[in-house]
Design a protein around this ligand. Structure first.
Ligand code: MG
Length: 256
């Protein structure tokens, strides 16, 4: 199902999106050397519930995970990239952390992710990899608007990632979002322009370019959720929820 939001729901989507952006920024500043991933999860839980919102993750039990997820945020460190299950791990200097958060409030969900390096060490390649996913996300947003097609977004994202030299995995990508977190259409991180669903005002999309430094192959942790690079290389992920407007697209998950 592809959901087109009415103005009332769109207004709520903006509220949810801003909440997601704010929580992620707060958690970013608190994620320092010595922070435990379970602390980040508890802080996320408190901020979500204090805002009168609900987690899209805690009861989530899709076919690709060993559900229910049971936590409020995804925390992926170094070679982990997607669906990182929070566990008892203390962040160290130079860890590359990805936080991915989806929340529902007022009946509308929003989803965003950020990657950053903890502490003062700057491991070679991390900044360029994070920057590539952020530039790919910006490129996808730039071509999103009424009349454009999903393939235009996929092509824009894939062009940036490919030119930066990263292999592109096509198992997991972006998605429609609205009254639930994961909806049609799927937005692959590579594709052909002019193909796929034609975008309409009121459509919400979560765009999420992610890469692994030297492989496109994932392996699943023993926890049944966390996906890691098959080679042990480091990874990065950037995501925003956007709304298609009458003349382009608006990013909903920026922090204030
Ligand atoms: Mg997502």
């Amino acid at each position: 199902m592809i959901e087109i939001l009415n103005p009332t729901m769109l207004a709520r989507a903006k509220t949810t999106g801003a909440l997601v952006g704010d929580i992620l920024q707060t958690l970013r500043t608190r994620s320092v050397v010595g922070t435990n991933l379970l602390d980040i999860d508890r802080w996320a839980e408190k901020m979500i519930l204090d805002a009168g919102a609900s987690s899209c993750y805690v009861d989530y039990a899709p076919s690709f995970g060993r559900g229910p997820f049971g936590h409020y945020i995804c925390t992926a460190v170094n070679d982990a990239v997607l669906h990182g299950l929070p566990h008892d791990y203390t962040l160290a200097d130079g860890d590359l952390l990805t936080l991915d958060l989806a929340v529902s409030k007022g009946g509308v969900a929003a989803d965003a992710a950020i990657s950053f390096v903890v502490g003062n060490t700057r491991p070679p390649g991390d900044a360029a990899m994070i920057d590539a996913t952020e530039r790919a996300l910006a490129a996808g947003i730039a071509v999103a608007g009424p009349g454009a097609r999903i393939g235009d977004i996929s092509h824009a994202i894939g062009t940036v990632l490919g030119e930066a030299g990263y292999p592109i995995n096509t198992e997991f990508g972006g998605h429609g979002i609205g009254s639930t977190m994961h909806q049609d259409p799927h937005v692959a991180n590579t594709g052909r322009p002019g193909r796929g669903y034609k975008l309409r005002p009121g459509l919400l999309l979560a765009l999420e370019p992610w890469v692994m430094a030297d492989t496109a192959q994932l392996v699943t942790d023993a926890d049944g959720w966390t996906l890691r690079s098959a080679t042990g290389c480091r990874t990065a992920h950037s995501e925003h929820t956007i709304a298609i407007t009458d003349d382009g697209a608006e990013i909903l998950t920026l922090s204030k």
